[in-house]
Design a binder for this molecule. Structure first.
Ligand code: UDP
Length: 390
């Protein structure tokens, strides 16, 4: 007798949506699943941009975002909202992604409702609960409540094992690499007008993003100071900074960086614009997690504007450099990439420590395996950590 597994994918922010979109598409393609999507809309505008791009129409929308929202307010709206959604949708499995409030609280709501939870992008750790805050705490909560764990790398699976999470751990790669296959095109035409003639006006483009909570205030001011110095010193290089709408970020960036001819402060970019810009840039300067994964896959060096990272694989592979947020350190690292061709080439290696672009089919295979609908998948399944599938 044929059986359909009801899977509810829940996400609330831009990076979650980008990384869940290829998996949602994969689940929809498979007849064994009935795939539905719930958004919490923890971020409204940025999330909707991604959903439009990937043609995802959510089946449930909690619309929890409020002006000046606090973590507790957000968490309580997600918890109450998910209870209603579970009552209506009755999923056999809830999928959450990564490390946001949506991730942790939705995992908790599913646990309370007795519904198994699958955690996509499991096992990332800095081992410092305060940094990044609240992400490290959120992924700990989700990881310890989840029933199936989709670890992007062997290291992530190892970290779970150290926390005694050994059952149903699948090493899959990161779905963000799958997403690049949907967006990056050699003949791509940019939607954002300011990006359309960059290649003719400048010798190089450097992509910048900085918005993480731990960089608000003095660290972001240092980063902006570095960008000002670099833009002044290299007029043939365009620094493109799509600015996060968070007022704490936007006000600082506008105050310190407005009025420079080769420093573009732009509104958030559509995902395809962002990925294609990265594919054509010289290098990336960022505090974002997603960009640390995407840039190495595109062969672009990354200067990580943070003190620590839960993504050490690219640093060990030599394609990313943890340079902190001090102005002089950021300037020095960027100058090296702009002036020292050998140093640049050493970092500009197209490597994929985060996967081969087939994480979504592996996750779908693993879910089928979890529900007893298939044998452990053959290669190129990356692996099943010890005890996986028990
Ligand atoms: N991104 C985007 N438009 C932008 C900036 C980022 O589409 O203007 C994408 C980026 O390519 C990556 C994701 O958003 O896939 C990263 O999101 P964010 O930096 O907000 O979160 P993090 O990765 O730090 O969790």
């Amino acid at each position: 007798m044929s059986r359909t597994v009801e899977v509810l994918s829940v996400f609330g922010t831009r990076p979650e949506a980008i990384k869940m979109a290829p998996l949602v598409a994969e689940l929809q393609r498979r007849p064994l699943f009935r795939s539905r999507v719930c958004v919490t809309a923890q971020h409204r505008e940025l999330l909707d941009m991604v959903n439009r791009h990937f043609a995802i129409s959510p089946d449930f929308d909690l619309d929890v975002m409020r002006a000046g929202q606090t973590l507790c307010g957000l968490a309580s709206r997600v918890l109450a909202g998910m209870e209603q959604v579970f009552a209506q949708a009755a999923p056999a499995l809830v999928l959450v992604h990564g490390d946001t409030a949506t991730t942790a609280v939705c995992a908790l709501a599913a646990f309370y409702a007795g519904i198994p939870v699958g955690h996509v992008e499991a096992g990332l750790r800095t081992f410092d609960r305060r940094s990044p805050f609240p992400e490290e705490g959120n992924r700990l909560v989700a990881g310890h409540l989840a029933d199936i764990h989709f670890a992007p790398t062997a290291r992530n699976a190892q970290y779970l094992k150290q926390e005694n999470i050994k059952k149903n751990v699948y090493i899959t790669g990161n779905t963000v690499i799958d997403a690049l296959a949907y967006t990056v095109r050699p003949d791509y035409a940019f939607a954002q007008p300011a990006l359309q003639d960059l290649a003719t006006r400048f010798a190089h483009t450097v992509v910048v993003t900085a918005h993480r909570r731990e960089n608000h205030g003095a660290p972001l001011e240092q980063i902006c100071g570095a960008l000002r110095t670099l833009a002044g010193r290299y007029p043939d290089t365009c620094f493109v900074y799509p600015v996060h709408p968070n007022p704490a970020v936007r006000q600082t960036a506008e105050r310190l960086l407005s009025g420079l001819p080769n420093l573009l402060l732009l509104p958030p970019l559509d995902t395809a614009d962002m990925h294609n810009l990265m594919a054509r840039c010289r290098f990336v300067m960022t505090d974002s997690g997603g960009l640390q994964e995407e840039a190495p896959a595109l062969g672009k060096p990354v200067l990580v504007l943070r003190r620590e990272t839960e993504r050490p694989e690219a640093i060990e592979a030599g394609t990313a450099l943890l340079c902190g947020t001090r102005q002089e350190a950021v300037v020095a690292a960027a100058v090296r990439l702009l002036e020292d061709e050998a140093a640049y080439q050493a970092m500009a290696q197209a490597i994929n420590p985060y996967g081969d672009g087939r994480a979504s089919p592996r996750i779908a295979d693993a879910i089928e395996h979890f529900f007893g609908l298939r044998e452990l998948p053959p290669p190129p399944f990356l692996g099943c950590a010890e005890g996986g599938g028990d």
